[in-house]
Design a protein around this ligand. Structure first.
Ligand SMILES: [Zn+2]
Length: 364
């Protein structure tokens, strides 16, 4: 069994787009990513060919026997979300009215995620693709450009105002917008509007669900602020593995003291970076520092040991919600879990989050 001509075309288009974007990179980026990216793209192609028999067994949407049941998956719009955070918010707004596919799974790192054949299929068949944007998920953004179908592709994270980060003299938007809960409200509104476009008959439901979710998010925003306020001012210092908490720190008045790596996890810290961070932690008497759920904690453990500070027992959920049953299994719970970890590690007094009547009314 072989790949459909369409899938092969998309795959080659994806590979070409990948190399085009590499050619457009700065000389330093080319040196850093050139061979590595070639290997990854080749590996993706080999993987696709290896999985071709499995792909061939998939049934294309609309090719089966006609069904008239509104609950039949064939009759509901197919929506693809790249990040787990966007998938969670989308599920809350759309309920059972769509068939939702989340490309990333809880714990996946969007910065380095490479698409698998099933992702190509999902994007090809989608009626709507919701992604973060600001280059959070570079390989998936390239894939979407390569597939280039008619379905709308909405950069949900770009509904928020970006913080500009200075990287080696170049300004680039920081993609981790959801750290400020008010940005999550902007994301909810963008998702709601995109869903209404593809399924206008469900407009009332989407508006009502988004309203309930936004009421909860409003409560959450106030709650986070109040929790962080309980930390003594001189201890409101955040040290994390990668630079994913600028929005959180700015919204809730913490100082981002330092990180091991920048806004993308593709970087590797130098010995000097580690040493400088250790010195800073010692000088400012930081009570504790934080690992992240999507990144190997080995290096940040080394920093904690070198600096003689505690590593928070709860790693922070940075770029993904947690698995079902974990403390961060939804967007709201991940913000709650992060806030609890930060407040407890830095010497504040934590009170559990309870949504007000408006937010709780529609809570499932
Ligand atoms: Zn990140």
């Amino acid at each position: 069994m072989s790949l459909s001509p369409q899938a092969v075309r998309h795959l080659w288009a994806y590979s070409r787009a990948h190399f085009r974007s590499q050619r457009g990179a700065s000389p330093i980026q080319q040196r850093r990513f050139g061979l590595h990216s070639f290997c990854k793209a080749t590996a993706a192609l080999v993987l696709t060919l290896a999985l071709a028999p499995m792909l061939g067994s998939c049934t294309n949407r609309g090719t089966g026997a006609a069904s008239t049941s509104p609950n039949d998956p064939e009759n509901r719009p197919s929506v693809v979300a790249t990040s787990t955070i966007i998938a969670d918010l989308t599920q809350e707004i759309a309920g059972d009215e769509i068939v939702l596919t989340s490309i990333l799974r809880p714990g996946d790192d969007p910065h380095v995620y490479e698409p698998v054949p099933a992702d190509i299929k999902a994007v090809e068949r989608a009626d709507l693709v919701l992604y973060n944007g600001f280059n959070l998920e570079p390989a998936l953004i390239r894939l979407m450009a390569a597939v280039g179908q008619d379905a709308p592709q909405i950069a949900v994270g770009e509904a928020a105002d970006a913080l500009e980060m200075d990287k080696a003299g170049q300004k680039q938007p920081d993609p981790h917008v959801w750290g400020d809960v008010r940005n999550a409200i902007a994301m909810v509104n963008a998702i709601r509007d995109a869903l209404i476009e593809i399924s206008p008959e469900d407009e009332t439901l989407f508006i009502s669900n988004a309203q309930t979710l936004n009421a909860q998010l409003n409560d959450l925003d106030t709650w986070v602020y109040r929790q962080i306020e309980t930390i003594p001012k001189e201890k409101r210092l955040l040290v994390t593995t990668h630079d994913a908490f600028q929005y959180y720190a700015q919204a809730y008045e913490l100082e981002m003291l330092g990180t091991l790596i920048g806004i993308s996890t593709e970087e590797q810290p130098s010995a000097q970076t580690i040493q400088a961070l250790v010195s800073e932690i010692k000088a400012r008497q930081v009570p504790a520092i934080f690992a992240e759920t999507t990144i190997n904690p080995q290096l940040i453990q080394t920093v904690a040991a070198e600096a003689g500070v505690k590593l928070s027992p709860q790693a922070l959920y940075s770029d993904s919600i947690g698995a079902v049953g974990s403390p961060g299994e939804s967007y709201i719970k991940m913000i709650e879990a992060n806030t609890k970890a930060i407040v407890e590690a830095l010497g504040g007094r934590y009170q559990p989050f309870v949504a007000s009547a408006a937010g709780a009314a529609g809570a499932k």
